[in-house]
Design a protein around this ligand. Sequence first.
Ligand code: F6R
Length: 603
Amino acid sequence: MCGIFGTINGSDAAPVLLDGLGRLDYRGYDSAGLAVLDKTIAVRKLGGSVDALASLIRVRPAEGRVGIAHTRWATHGAATSENAHPHVFDGIAVVHNGVIENHDAIRTRLQQDGHEFQTSTDSEVLPHLISHHRRRGQSAVVAVQSALGEVHGSYAVAVLMEDIPDLLIAGRRGSPLVVGHDEDGGYIASDPAALAGYCAQYAALGEGALALVARGAVLVMDQTGAAETPRWQQVPSLTTVRRTGAGAHMAAELAEIPAAVAATLAAADRRVGRTGLEAGGTVLLTACGSSRHAAAIGAHWLEHWAGVPTRVEIASELLHRPTLLAEAAHLVALSQSGETADTLAVVRMAAAASVPTAAIVNVAHSQMAREAGTVWPTLAGAEQAVAATKSFASQLAVLARLSLDVAEARGTLSPVEAVFRRRALERLPSWLGQVLDGVDHDALSEAVKVLARARTALAIGRDIGAEIAAEAALKLAELAYLPTLAVPAGELKHGPIALLEPGVPVIAILIHGPTLAKQVVSLEEVAARGAGLILIGDDAALTATHGIAALRLPLPPVADAVAWAALPLGVGVIVQRLAMMTALARGLNPDRPRNLAKSVTVE
Ligand code: F6R
């Protein structure tokens, strides 16, 4: 996490840095800061957003034509202005993304040499360590190399030094960092999309690489210190949009779901050749958070349509199960950002074990897209709210389509049936538009009121419904800070039923099918304990619950041929919207919930 931006282009640096940070605040927004150089280094930083930093700079301008900046997601130390980056010591300013695992040992050693520290953050040791090497006679570049060579863990850094005003130094290992230049300027950023409008091309730094960034030129050295020819790539066009107001991003991104699904399905249509999953053996799906919930739904589809044995594992847990991974016939990783450290680590582990890898990924220029053997893209466009919405729907679209393609290749679906089902998927975007437009606003507002005043809640479902219940619980917890326990409905009576009492709402996901009758029994059990029920599902399923007192949020009717994919997607849209509205009703900003970041680049 954390976003880094650096510029040296002869113009006033602060506005450029603020613009860059604004494009990177999805990586963390606990605190923000910048350092600019005009003979001496001026630092402005605070615990707060990039907008707050911009306001600070309006009151206390910072002048200089070269600078580095940072937006933070705290790993070590609270989100305070002292802990915000840049950290400066001895005329050396550093911004850092990553985790320095041996920072305590480095700090103790430097303290014995007389260094005094202002914070307990891992990052603060970097300017001290660089200064330590410089004081021992090393040149600026060699001192940075030496310092980074002593660090265990991951880093992306940008360094600005008072006595070298015409150079920025960038380095990375583990965390992403790119560099770019045009005729007049040089730039550093955590994400190439942040460079749009500043330079046409960027180069992603390799593991352990160092770059010297000057006006109009960049020199890259590999981890051995040897000069390396950068691999220049086109800077992606700017896809982020400035929106103000609580929930403005999430509301817009929910509304974009039909277009995102349509674009994703169209891309799947252009795919040629077999997927590889039809070869037989277990398919292992891995992801984190909402992406894992999409994977879990996809697993049901792959098994149902193609008869492929499918497992879903949380990426951070799969890292401890090398045998499970090594025995998989295929690993499929799902990630919106393509940067999630745990998921990326599993992709690397699978590649090392010679397990074929594929990634369902939204950010086309991401590390995961570069490293996976095959990429099945989601074309959701930039997702700026922290919570996954249109990327989740697009992942489901890819998985639905993939299930049919694998089924056809394995012969569990005839070619005619496969074509029919594929064409039926094309109805998804317009139907999802109806889900968004046709929701019963009174029932939705009532459900929001119930959830907004609750202290805890439960979300239940069976089969695919249980996976969507998990998504509902995640979203209510992260956005509305409502502790919500997701329980497969059949498990309720094995413990969680003890939580039920009046005032504890239970959200039940209902999709018609063989498990419905059993779920109705669970609902009776819930109703008998006086807990309020919020039922979300299709008409047929809701009709079966007719005798039970509940708030009902029905989906619009959908053609049978596509209902299997449409209903999970539709219920997903409603639970995400419900969570967003509950957050707003509690006075929270669902776009930027506390303690979170859009891109989780630390394990
Ligand atoms: C929840 C949410 C997160 C992400 C998770 C994985 O609303 O957005 O749980 O799904 O952090 O991120 P990606 O998909 O980028 O790997």
